[in-house]
Design a protein around this ligand. Structure first.
Ligand code: C5P
Length: 218
């Protein structure tokens, strides 16, 4: 049977992971969160006391970095990764290590190995452009920066985190800039991606829109 591949890219807070998870359920695809792998690597470096900006530290950490993906769960050695990689601090660390070509190669290898044997939906920044240039469907999700910051803020408040809206907005602005201006695999839509602007739309509406795009390609 031919494998089916869906790429969902977009900036922080565009709703990629929520949407990708639902699309995975609807079409019975393996869901992969590429951002979680960059976060896991950033978390690992910090945990080992390594310097995020030091090439030698990164090379050494890559030699031992051992991540397992079981269903929707990510394990660093035997530690199940969850809330500990979802902090703004680890988001920032992920964005720093994601600039390194060796780190990107490692993450891409993990993702492609799974996509070789499973039908997948992968979310990230460069899935349609670099990781799966041959994806059957490429979606680029966007939303206004205020709306993305509002979503992130609400998510953090729900988790009882003490944050203020301005800080969340500034953090997202910084991450957008870092992700879209970096030299290697910058955040940008693939030429053949379908752009879906989610500003003012609820999750159900976005899922229906994407579901219809995919149904036309099946
Ligand atoms: O999507 P998420 O916010 O979890 O990603 C964390 C960071 O990992 C992003 O800000 C980005 O710098 C990096 N990333 C990337 N390429 C991807 C996915 C994430 O560079 N495909």
């Amino acid at each position: 049977m031919k494998l089916f591949k869906v790429a969902i890219d977009g900036p922080a807070g565009s709703g990629k992971s929520t949407i990708a998870k639902e699309i995975a359920k609807i079409f019975n695809l393996f869901y992969l969160d590429s951002g979680a792998l960059y976060r896991a690597f950033g978390y690992y470096l910090k945990k080992m006391g390594f310097d995020l900006n030091n090439e030698n530290d990164i090379i050494n950490a890559l030699k031992t970095f051992d991540i397992k993906i079981i269903k929707n769960d990510y394990y660093l050695f035997n530690e199940k990764l969850d809330f500990q990689i979802r902090t703004p601090e680890i988001g920032k660390a992920a964005s720093i290590v994601a600039k390194n070509p060796n780190v990107r190669e490692k993450v891409n290898q993990i993702l492609r190995n799974i996509a070789k044997v499973h039908s997948v939906v992968i979310d990230g920044r460069d899935i349609g452009t670099v990781v799966l240039p041959d994806a059957d469907v490429k979606i680029f999700l966007t939303a206004s920066i205020e709306e993305r910051a509002k979503r992130r803020y609400n998510e953090l408040i729900k988790k009882n985190k003490k944050v203020n809206f301005e800080d969340v907005l500034i953090e997202i602005e910084k991450r957008d800039k870092a992700d879209s201006t970096r030299k290697i695999a910058p955040l940008k839509p693939a030429e053949d991606a379908i752009i879906v602007d989610t500003t003012g739309k609820n999750i159900k509406e976005v899922i229906t829109e994407i579901k219809n795009i995919i149904l036309k390609k099946i």
